[in-house]
Design a protein around this ligand. Structure first.
Ligand SMILES: NC(=O)c1ccc[n+]([C@@H]2O[C@H](COP(=O)([O-])OP(=O)(O)OC[C@H]3O[C@@H](n4cnc5c(N)ncnc54)[C@H](OP(=O)(O)O)[C@@H]3O)[C@@H](O)[C@H]2O)c1
Length: 311
């Protein structure tokens, strides 16, 4: 009878409990801390941003299952039990929701909405026509589960789409690049840049002045990776100078974004509160159950994280 520790400050434990009870009645879900009276009885942990040191307190842990796609928070735990396999969520609904977010905000910038929002505030009628999608290049940083799905959807709308990844990739209809030289080539033609990278030592602060300067003047940024990808002061400077025309940000260095943060008052920035795509239990629980079963059968979990790689 596997015992599953559950910890999240934002996900609804009731939904997870009822879904897991239906899919795997033999798994007992215990919410940390109230329902855990014996840490030695816990076999697996389903967690989102657990307090550092929590997982190290579970001596018989066999699986760490992240509730989200990104695992930077888990890997930052200095006491993370390195011998326990860790898996992240890859789920069709999570991917679909991220694709919706990327398409929505790409179209917002493509159709010059930050400019029209300014004109509306001034009461100005000015006919400026956006180019067709076929004349617009969208660049996607990160061609993983989420990046590839977003790239395909944008290509389906007619955009020219480029993507950048760590290893060389091949995706039909998408210009795929890797390496630093490949990134420079992609940035030179990218008018709308989407960040769907994991946060690692290599990708932290990647969205900074040096990168912005390589984009065509008046480009737009969509960051739905992590807040620490972005150098916030550099974004404000790039918007002030016109090098960037607008930005959509879902993730921030500090969440919730503090009151008084300059982003709140920057009208060329669209702010969403880290909701681009979250895990829906009714869909994501299937992977969680599959991974518990796999670990019980002595197999590695699906979508296992490589701590050395950082994602
Ligand atoms: N805002 C939200 O609501 C939300 C929701 C879900 C996820 N996210 C973020 O989205 C990220 C991506 O998720 P995913 O499922 O698509 O991840 P994934 O499948 O692991 O894909 C990551 C992609 O980034 C590339 N990459 C990693 N490090 C790189 C580097 N140093 N240089 C160039 N490319 C690099 C990888 O290259 P390879 O192909 O060579 O491995 C891969 O293409 C998550 O880590 C999370 O931070 C945000």
């Amino acid at each position: 009878m596997p015992q599953l520790l559950f910890f999240s400050r934002i996900d609804d434990p009731g939904q997870w409990r009822s879904t897991l009870a239906r899919l795997a009645p033999d798994v007992t879900m215990r919410i940390w801390p109230d329902e855990v009276d014996d840490v030695a009885a816990i076999d697996c942990a389903l967690v989102w941003k657990p307090p550092p040191g929590l997982l190290a307190r579970l001596p018989n842990l066999r699986l760490i299952q992240s509730m989200g796609a990104g695992v930077d928070g888990l890997l930052a735990d200095p006491e993370l039990p390195a011998h326990v396999p860790m898996a992240r969520v890859v789920d069709p609904l999570l991917t679909q929701c991220m694709t919706e977010y990327v398409v929505l905000h790409t179209l917002y910038h493509h159709r010059l909405m930050p400019l029209f929002a300014r004109r509306q505030a001034e009461g100005t009628w000015q006919e400026i026509v956006a180019p067709p999608a076929q004349e617009r290049t969208v660049g996607i940083l990160g061609l993983g589960e989420l990046g590839i799905a977003a790239a395909r959807a944008l290509a389906g709308l007619g955009f020219r789409v480029c993507g950048w990844s760590r290893s060389a990739r091949s995706v039909a209809g998408i210009t795929c690049r890797s390496t630093a030289a490949g990134l420079a080539e992609m940035l030179a033609e990218t008018e709308i840049l989407v960040c769907l990278l994991p946060l690692t030592a290599e990708t932290e602060d990647i969205l900074g002045a040096n990168l912005f300067a390589q984009l065509p003047h008046g480009a737009a940024l969509i960051n739905c990776g992590r807040g620490r990808h972005l150098v916030e002061a550099d974004l404000l400077a790039a918007l002030d100078s016109g090098q960037l025309a607008g930005a959509s940000l879902d993730v921030f260095r500090e969440e919730p974004l503090p009151a008084g943060h300059p982003f709140w008052a920057q009208r060329d920035i669209v702010i969403t509160p880290h909701v681009a795509s979250i895990s829906h239990p009714e869909s994501a629980a299937q992977l969680v159950v599959e991974n518990i079963r796999r670990v019980w059968d002595g197999l590695p979990p699906r979508y296992q994280v490589d701590p050395a790689r950082g994602y």
